[in-house]
Design a protein around this ligand. Structure first.
Ligand SMILES: [Zn+2]
Length: 392
């Protein structure tokens, strides 16, 4: 696609769908999208159902378009969604910051339940954990294909790009790493129709940098359900410890660990909406998380996670026997410190707030058997293995 084509035709195409948003607003979007290829993926069945939906919604959109003609002119830059230093919304949807209802910005699953698009144990009657927030499309073309640009929530570095949508439930996805003093965290943007082609791993990106276009790649049931799955959290293990865990889990020959430490199983995510609400940097947001339980873990290793994230704890200065670690109910490390006394057990529960542990659903971190004896749930076992490269 030539530059001139992008410069003139793509914005014009977007302007043509002004039934979805005010013209001036779309022009800003179009300008920001100009360096993207216009190719987006969708399947035929989706196209048909989308057409029907389009007919149903056309009159509503036409009404909105007429109304928009007299609406005051507003652009993205005139209406900031975020204060300096705070995360921005990864699309140009303002609804969350305007305290609009969830239905204005959350994309539910086929269940239709809005809560299913939220982070947490929000699916399958609370049995299934959803690691991100699913943000809906607000800009569609005539074929109902999303046109929403996806932006970097914060300045950072490109950590990972997957452009083979078939090899992940996330489809096409981008992971950014963000750095605060002695703390590293990630944001993840999944199910993209296309990734911004100039984006390269290792590259620094500014806040609001264009990462791609919203889509329905990966495990999204179709075009109608297109959204960006947005995550924020901590990467637990190293490439090596994750590969060790992964290789033990997948007995199938040829099943490759293609995403390395940026596989979903190596990430512990926090609630993105809470992060926006916190109006603080990530360290303060993380440290404000309630502690659900504290463990002793006996090992003589200093994991990369501890070495890189000393904002969360202290490293041993001499001989040590393991770690005392504070966890949230979903398994995020909030604080750690070295154990200076030998331990008899490989692990031990120091304290637990059962109400906090159980109030949000079962993430299989610390669990209790019928005799009320604690045991390590599968998620916590995995995190500990990925942290230390050994079993607990
Ligand atoms: Zn999701």
């Amino acid at each position: 696609m030539s530059y001139m084509y992008k410069k003139l035709v793509v914005p014009s195409m977007l302007l043509a769908v002004c039934g979805i948003a005010p013209k001036q607003f779309l022009f800003v979007i179009a300008k920001e999208c100009v360096s993207l290829t216009a190719t987006v993926t969708y399947n035929k069945a989706d196209s048909e159902s989308a057409k029907n939906l389009y007919v149903v919604q056309k009159s509503e959109r036409t009404t909105k378009a007429l109304k928009s003609k007299s609406a005051p002119t507003k652009t993205v830059s005139e209406v900031p969604q975020f204060a300096p230093g705070l995360p921005r919304w990864p699309t140009d949807n303002r609804a969350f910051f305007d305290n609009k209802p969830l239905s204005d910005y959350i994309q539910p699953t086929q269940s239709g339940r809005l809560v299913s698009g939220l982070w947490g144990c929000t699916r399958n009657q609370g049995k299934k954990f959803h690691a991100g927030t699913d943000i809906k499309s607000i800009h569609r073309d005539r074929r109902y294909v999303p046109q929403d640009c996806i932006f970097a929530a914060l300045p950072g570095k490109v950590a990972y790009i997957n452009t083979n949508p078939k090899n992940s439930v996330y489809g096409n996805y981008v992971v950014l790493e963000h750095f605060e003093p002695n703390l590293c965290f990630y944001t993840l943007y999944a199910h993209l129709a296309s990734v911004e082609p100039t984006l390269k791993v290792g590259q620094s990106v500014a806040q609001s940098a264009l990462l791609g276009i919203m889509g329905c790649t990966g495990n999204v049931p179709g075009l109608y359900y297109a959204h960006v799955h947005f995550e924020v959290g901590l990467s637990v293990g190293t490439e090596q410890t994750f590969a060790q865990w992964y290789n033990r889990q997948t007995a199938k020959p040829g099943d490759l660990n293609v995403h390395g430490k940026w596989h979903a199983f190596n990430l512990v995510s926090l609630d993105p909406l809470e992060f926006f609400r916190a109006k603080s940097n990530f360290m303060h947001f993380l440290k404000a998380q309630p502690i659900a339980f504290t463990l002793f873990a006996a090992t003589n290793k200093i994991p990369d996670f501890m070495a890189q994230n000393t904002a969360l704890g202290v490293l041993p200065s001499g001989k040590f026997y393991g770690w005392k670690i504070d966890f949230t109910w979903f398994g995020a490390v909030v604080h750690f410190e070295p154990l200076l006394q030998p331990q008899k057990e490989k692990w031990q529960v120091i304290s637990v707030d059962k109400q906090e542990l159980e109030k949000n659903g079962n993430r299989h971190t610390l669990e209790f058997d019928k005799d009320n004896r604690p045991f390590l749930g599968e998620t916590l076992k995995r995190f500990l293995f990925e942290l230390f490269g050994e079993d607990f």
